[in-house]
Design a protein around this ligand. Structure first.
Ligand SMILES: O=c1nc[nH]c2c1ncn2[C@H]1C[C@H](O)[C@@H](COP(=O)(O)OP(=O)(O)OP(=O)(O)O)O1
Ligand SMILES: [Mg+2]
Length: 227
């Protein structure tokens, strides 16, 4: 048979569009239950089941040594795909704040220190932006006080160990950093991220609304188009 295009059922060299398919399961290389929830919601309509590293034994912690979201997504996906032998989707994401020169960026999860939680990271963000500073100007529009333009960025990598290749994508969403947290939904920096188009914080959106406009939702749409 001709080299390169050989493909029979049962071959380990699946076509890319078979990696994520209705009735199939995709492993997300994450311990972040907030991410898993959002992927589960997004994959539900196309009949794909989602699992993560909280439900997978024997995967050691993966150090995020990259300096870009794309590098970190690739290294998480590749490592877990090689260890498990199955295709793996990884998400590396974070918040880039203009007034902080793009920080915390790839360090978003460890902004307040290694192992810091969302609460400490949000507090650190507000303190770096001087949110405690006296504020006298009333917002004429009745809109909440914001401190800087910002964006969430999400890089995705879907790594297939059968072919040692990956499909990648990136998505963003623009917003403003709130001076005070609002909302209970979502995770991470969502309570401090104002979405002008909705007139609500990211943590005040329903899961469907968030997936429709978020960096993760946008990256996933693009990834699925590439498969
Ligand atoms: O939609 C989001 N809404 C709010 N905050 C978000 C979002 N997306 C990422 N973020 C923040 C959370 C964390 O501070 C960092 C991700 O860091 P990142 O290393 O990609 O994830 P992680 O360490 O929580 O889990 P894991 O590496 O196991 O996937 O950006
Ligand atoms: Mg991480």
């Amino acid at each position: 048979m001709a080299k390169g295009n050989a493909r029979r059922s049962g071959s380990p060299h699946r076509r890319r569009d078979e990696v994520i398919r209705a009735g199939g399961t995709v492993l997300i290389a994450t311990k972040n239950r907030g991410k898993t929830k959002e992927f589960r919601k997004a994959f539900e309509p196309i009949g794909v089941t989602v699992t993560d590293l909280n439900e997978t034994d024997g995967i050691p912690p993966i150090e995020e040594t990259g300096v870009t979201f794309a590098e970190n997504a690739m290294l998480k996906a590749r490592e877990v795909a090689r260890l498990t032998g199955i295709p793996v989707l990884a998400d590396d994401s974070g918040l880039c704040v203009d007034a902080l020169g793009g920080a915390p960026g790839v360090y978003s999860a460890r902004y307040a220190g290694e192992g810091a939680g969302d609460k400490a990271n949000n507090a650190k963000l507000l303190s770096e932006l001087g949110a405690g500073t006296a504020q006298t100007d009333a917002e004429p529009s009745g809109e909440p006080r914001t401190l800087s333009a910002a964006r969430f960025v999400c890089s995705l990598a879907l790594y297939d160990p059968a072919t040692d290749t990956a499909v990648t994508s990136e998505g963003t969403v623009e917003g403003l950093i709130l001076a005070e947290p609002r909302g209970e939904a979502g995770f991470g920096y969502d309570p401090l991220f104002w979405v002008p188009g909705f007139g609500r914080s990211m943590a005040e959106l329903t899961p469907e609304e968030k997936n429709a406009i978020s960096h993760r939702g946008n990256a996933l749409k693009l990834l699925l188009e590439k498969l």
